[in-house]
Design a protein. Structure first.
Length: 567
């Protein structure tokens, strides 16, 4: 069944579950045994012994081992026990090479295991008619789960009912802006993952709103599980260096064997004793093999691995270092790699001063007033840590506003204590607005934030001039790839008996615009410049809109005059 293309009741019927009471415990047990635990499965790991043995799977190493064994045998037969140092040295080089390879692979594997921790730890689930908290690994298809802002989605699920729900899906889609969700939507069968507005996916966060959903896939069957499975099933291909060394080893081996055979035949024809001529032939074969080459290569590659590790780059296999050094094109994701994956308020346009200001720590009174009002009309929150870090909870566009106000000396909690919220109308995807009523200096103040076009139609008639200027600024900010929100307000003498959209969201006074973006990482500028100096062409690949992507690429120096952005 294509769950995003079906009605809610059809999905529930297919999964044999009830939206209100959930699954009975005996059915949960059956499905747990049928589908397995809700966790990403690991491919059976190779034992240390097997990984050690695989280090010898190389033509040159095999020839060296064969030469060492033959040399041992000959010297033992001849009684030259004190001359065992040569074969022992060969064996030592080969073993040290293998140990270093195993150690590096072990370190890399531990780092890659981090993907296994992306699943949620707990889930709020309805079973037998009652709600409780369980380990996420115990979820099965058909379970009814409850989601709210700050939660991680524990499994892929079809929404049953939702209120102003937004999900942060950058881990799957690359989009830093939270995706709006709607339980009532019926999506086309062929719709890409980012357009399935009636589904939520494992490992993604809930940025805003609440919802109930029915689990449709768990474990490896989830979208996150499919990605993990692709990584696990990827075969290790030989690097260019390994291919060249293999070819060199074969050529050297064949050449050494051919020369040894010729020398043996010549010696045999000249009546030289068989053991003596065999010893000479083997000695020539051993001397033709550069036994120091594997050791030198291992040492040089290990130095490269250590240097990369100091820069937080994980190399799983030593020979891959040389491949990385040969790269002429580097393709990179945008969200979270070249950018911070954190919406940041960068510009504010205020009608009071008819001016656009960059958001900093010393903005004008007009901008500070706007940021304070906008912060009062948010549901998100930001925890500011002593070390300067920030923990964002909720919609990224709202937390960006809160941080902007904080930079100007205002804290949301303090603002709410000083100007308490007495009523609100939550964000609605149809209205594209959120409204808050706060008691400011004894006056009931209605604060409305949302899309410019939605606010413009609700402003008072005398606001036409301000709105025209606002429209121009809105278009200019949008061309700069900013996500723009408009802000308006009005004051009331008393609270109306009935709180409604018509009552609160009308005859508004337009205040201005706030523009935000997922900004580039500072280190990305240097990385792109370094690539270009090294003759490497950087290419950005993203699921973002082409205008947004082009703006970021231009800032970073990836997209230059004459370059083209391709969809």
């Amino acid at each position: 069944m294509i769950f995003h293309n079906e009605k809610i009741q059809d999905v529930l019927t297919h999964l044999r579950t009830d939206a209100h009471s959930g699954l009975p415990q005996e059915e949960v047990s059956k499905r747990l045994s049928e589908y397995g635990e809700n966790k990403l499965k690991e491919k059976k790991k190779k034992s240390t012994l097997k990984r050690f043995a695989e280090q010898f799977n190389d033509t040159m190493i095999i020839i060296l081992l064969a030469a060492a064994i033959i040399s041992f045998v000959i010297k033992a037969v001849e009684g030259h026990v004190n001359e065992f140092y040569e074969p022992l040295l060969i064996l030592l080089i080969v073993i040290v090479n293998a140990i270093m390879g195993v150690v590096q692979e072990g370190k890399a594997e531990k780092a890659l295991d981090a993907l296994m921790n992306m699943s949620a730890l707990h889930a709020k689930v309805i079973r037998n008619g009652s709600e409780g908290m369980i380990d996420a690994k115990e979820l099965v298809p058909g379970d009814i789960i409850r989601l709210e802002a700050g939660d991680f989605v524990p499994a892929d699920a079809r929404l049953i009912r939702s209120t102003s729900l937004k999900s942060e899906e950058s881990a799957l889609t690359g989009e830093s802006v939270a995706s709006e969700k709607d339980a009532e939507a019926i999506v086309e069968r062929t719709a890409p993952l980012g357009d399935r507005h009636n589904m939520v996916y494992s490992g993604c966060g809930i940025a805003y709103g609440t919802a109930y959903a029915v689990v449709t896939a768990t474990g490896v069957d989830t979208e996150m599980g499919k990605i993990a499975n692709l990584l696990e099933s990827e075969d290790d291909a030989q690097t260019p260096l390994q291919k060249r060394l293999t070819k060199l080893g074969k050529n050297l081996g064949l050449g050494a064997i051919l020369i040894s055979v010729i020398i043996f035949i010549i010696g045999f024809i000249n009546d030289i004793p068989a053991l003596e001529i065999f010893t000479i032939a083997v000695s020539l074969a051993v001397s033709a093999i550069p036994e120091g080459l594997p050791a030198i290569i291992t040492v040089v590659l290990s130095i490269g691995v250590q240097r990369l590790a100091a820069k937080n780059s994980i190399i799983r296999r030593l020979p891959a270092v040389e491949t990385l050094g040969s790269a002429s094109i580097i393709c990179s994701d945008k969200t979270g790699t070249l950018t911070q994956n954190k919406m940041t308020l960068v510009k504010v346009y205020s009608t009071s001063i008819d001016k656009v200001e960059e958001v900093g720590r010393e903005n004008s009174w007009a901008v500070r007033k706007m940021l304070n009002l906008a912060t009062l009309c948010t549901e998100g929150s930001v925890l500011f840590q002593e070390d300067g870090g920030e923990q964002h909870i909720g919609d990224p566009t709202e937390t960006a506003i809160i941080v902007g106000a904080y930079k100007n000396g205002s804290n949301k909690e303090t603002l709410l204590k000083q100007f308490p919220r007495v009523a609100e109308l939550p964000f609605d995807s149809d209205r594209k607005l959120m409204t808050s009523v706060n008691l400011i200096d004894g006056i009931y103040t209605v604060i409305v934030k949302g899309a410019f076009d939605s606010i413009a139609t609700r402003c008072a008639e005398n606001q036409s001039k301000s709105l025209e200027k606002g429209r121009v600024q809105n278009e200019a900010m949008s061309r700069d790839a900013l996500r723009v929100l408009a802000l308006a307000y009005k004051e009331m003498d008393h609270m109306p008996q009935e709180i409604s959209m018509d009552m609160l969201e009308s005859d508004l006074h337009f205040l201005g615009l706030v523009g935000m973006i997922d900004p580039p990482r500072q280190e990305a500028f240097d990385a792109v410049a370094l690539c270009k100096r090294a003759g490497i062409k950087p290419i950005m690949i993203t699921g973002d809109h082409v205008i947004t992507a082009s703006a970021i690429a231009s800032q970073l120096g990836i997209l230059n005059d004459g370059d083209e952005a391709i969809s």
